[in-house]
Design a protein around this ligand. Structure first.
Ligand code: FES
Length: 579
């Protein structure tokens, strides 16, 4: 097997010359022949001044480097795309597949025997996991880790569940401008990812559960010494994996580990975005994601993790309660414990080493869960023929069965223009409907599914309503919110033909979402529908055009159709010269 610097030579028609030339150039950096003969561990560098969730990446890289060198390898750091939620126009989801392609291709293009990928903010770990699943060389994930909690007037705060709660109070006039300014400086008190069970935390937990990261990688706070030690250990382990050429992501991302990840996603009260990303990661490994199985797991697996937005605590508390290994121990009767991990053993070994923390209230038991069912349900009905999603653990129980009058917004722009109008005809029992906010429609499926409560209702004390859309919402958000309706309205899904005044019925227990018009009227409206992209111009060039032409629907993971694994021929080895 070709390893190290000899892998993936640039094409000059003379391999010996290609290697000679490669060495000539790399020696300009002062490397010795001894260093260049070692197994190479690539380390992604996603540090960016635009990405505070990755603010600790330079320190983590230093720790990984140390681990690699202590184990006799050569660390090689390389840059990739980096995405922060608040600095990604039009949406971070729009860029996830770009990052996945960039990361995959740079892993393929450059010589490395293993790769350590460091990421955190919502789309980064999913993009990287998709990339390594396709490149399929030994790979270890290191999440950047959660921020520490904030404090304000004796209250513990977390980004960004409390960002939304307190902003809603500001909109309702319960907090003044000076106080919301002060709070704005306290909600994100350190580098790292949002410290509630948002998408970043969800994906970190999922990757650890799938065996793609070392134990406790998901939960150690970003600024905690544990995280630096995990990074060093990941570097060491990556060298062993580089020498053994195993395990590769293809060994780790299996039907069994995807099912384990589904169980963990339900039990942690995870983000709805996690569902899209897990579907995409599984798709890269050639595994079709079974939404019905996921829903059934949700009926049987309770929420055990007591973290916001479903519960009360924050990620650092989950870490101090024993982290993912302690949660996996509680879930052990439901999991496949034979799945392998990058640590070298199986999930059973991870559980055997899990810490027992007496008196903690963060990881509940199966006998005394936080919620009796899982956090996410899959809905279907004439409004969601393929599927829709609701995080019912973070919804208002009295709205989980609700029939109301539709108040329709044609696009995100339309919603922004009218939601706070005093003239908006809206009542607390109505159902707010947003369309043209799906993968293709917006584009990029913005986190606009958390429609704000109209100002005039918020000022009356209304703090939740049923809201439905083909958009996503932040994993840190809460409320009775139906998302990911597929097919989306922009491709002619039934959401496109809902009219203000129609009646809609949500029944989470029955897993239904229906527009209450008769079949003939539904068929007539669908036949009359023709796409009018009045809210935006079509994409004509560049990545936007690629996105528009190839993006898949939410229930398919929003990957590009040409990136799914279809078989060995569609998924060549990372380096052609690897024999
Ligand atoms: Fe980066 Fe929340 S904004 S994880």
């Amino acid at each position: 097997m070709t390893q190290g610097l000899r892998k993936g030579l640039a094409s000059y028609g003379d391999d010996a010359f290609s290697l000679f030339l490669r060495k000539v150039f790399i020696k300009a950096m002062g490397y010795s022949d001894d260093a260049l003969d070692r197994p190479i561990v690539g380390i992604t560098n996603t540090a960016s001044d635009y990405n505070p969730c990755h603010g600790n990446v330079p320190e983590l890289i230093e720790s990984v480097r140390r681990g690699v060198m202590l184990a006799g390898g050569l660390p090689m750091v390389f840059p990739t795309v980096s995405i922060h939620e608040s600095f990604a126009h039009p949406t971070s989801m729009f860029l996830r597949n770009l990052m996945a392609m960039d990361t995959e291709e740079m892993i393929r293009a450059q010589p490395m025997d293993a790769v350590v990928f460091i990421g955190g903010c919502d789309k980064n770990l999913p993009a990287q996991a998709m990339a390594v699943a396709s490149a399929d060389i030994p790979a270890i994930a290191i999440p950047t880790g959660p921020m520490v909690v904030g404090h304000h007037r004796g209250e513990v705060l977390g980004a960004c569940t409390d960002c939304r709660r307190l902003w809603s109070q500001f909109r309702a006039g319960q907090i003044d401008a000076a106080e919301i300014d002060r709070i704005g400086g306290r909600l994100a008190p350190s580098v790292g990812t949002c410290m509630v069970m948002g998408t970043a935390s969800t994906m970190a937990c999922i990757l650890e559960a799938m065996g793609l990261a070392l134990p406790l990688s998901a939960t150690a706070p970003a600024v905690h010494a544990d995280r630096r030690r995990i990074a060093e250990a990941s570097g060491r382990r990556a060298v062993q994996m580089a020498i053994a050429s195993a395990p590769c992501p293809g060994h780790l991302i299996t039907q069994a580990s995807v099912r384990n990840a589904m169980i963990v996603l339900q039990a942690i009260g995870g983000s709805t975005n996690g569902l899209i990303h897990l579907t995409a990661i599984a798709g890269r490994a050639g595994i079709a994601f079974d939404l019905d199985a996921f829903d059934q797991i949700g009926r049987e697996v309770p929420v055990l993790v007591n973290l916001k937005p479903s519960g009360a605590h924050y990620m650092e508390h989950l870490h101090h309660a024993g982290g993912l290994p302690a949660l996996l121990r509680e879930l052990a009767p439901l999991l496949d414990l034979t799945t392998p991990t990058v640590a070298g053993g199986t999930l059973a070994d991870v559980i055997a080493a899990a810490e027992q923390v007496p008196g903690q209230d963060v990881i509940r038991t199966l006998a005394a869960p936080l919620c009796p069912q899982g956090s996410i349900a899959i809905l279907r009905g004439n409004l969601a023929p393929q599927s829709a999603v609701i995080k019912h653990s973070a919804a208002s129980p009295h709205l989980l069965q609700h029939t109301g009058r539709a108040v329709v917004f044609h696009s995100v722009q339309d919603m922004a223009a009218r939601i706070d109008s005093p003239d908006l005809d809206v009542h607390p029992d109505d159902i707010l409907v947003l369309r043209n906010a799906g993968p293709k429609g917006a584009p990029g499926m913005p986190e606009a599914g958390y429609l704000p409560i109209p100002m005039k209702l918020a000022r009356q004390g209304v703090n939740d309503m049923v809201r439905i859309s083909d958009a996503r919402m932040s994993g840190t958000a809460y409320g009775t919110i139906v998302l990911h309706i597929a097919p989306e309205s922009a491709v002619g899904g039934p959401l496109a033909i809902v009219q203000t005044g129609d009646r809609i019925r949500l029944d989470v227990a029955a897993r239904r979402l229906d527009l209450l018009i008769d079949e003939a009227e539904l068929a007539r409206r669908l036949a009359a529908w023709h796409h009018q992209p009045s809210h935006r111009a079509p994409a004509l060039r560049g990545y936007a055009k690629l996105f528009e032409d190839h993006i898949l629907q939410a229930h398919q993971g929003c990957d590009f159709d040409f990136l799914l694994r279809e078989g060995p021929a569609a998924n060549p080895p990372a380096n052609p010269s690897r024999k």
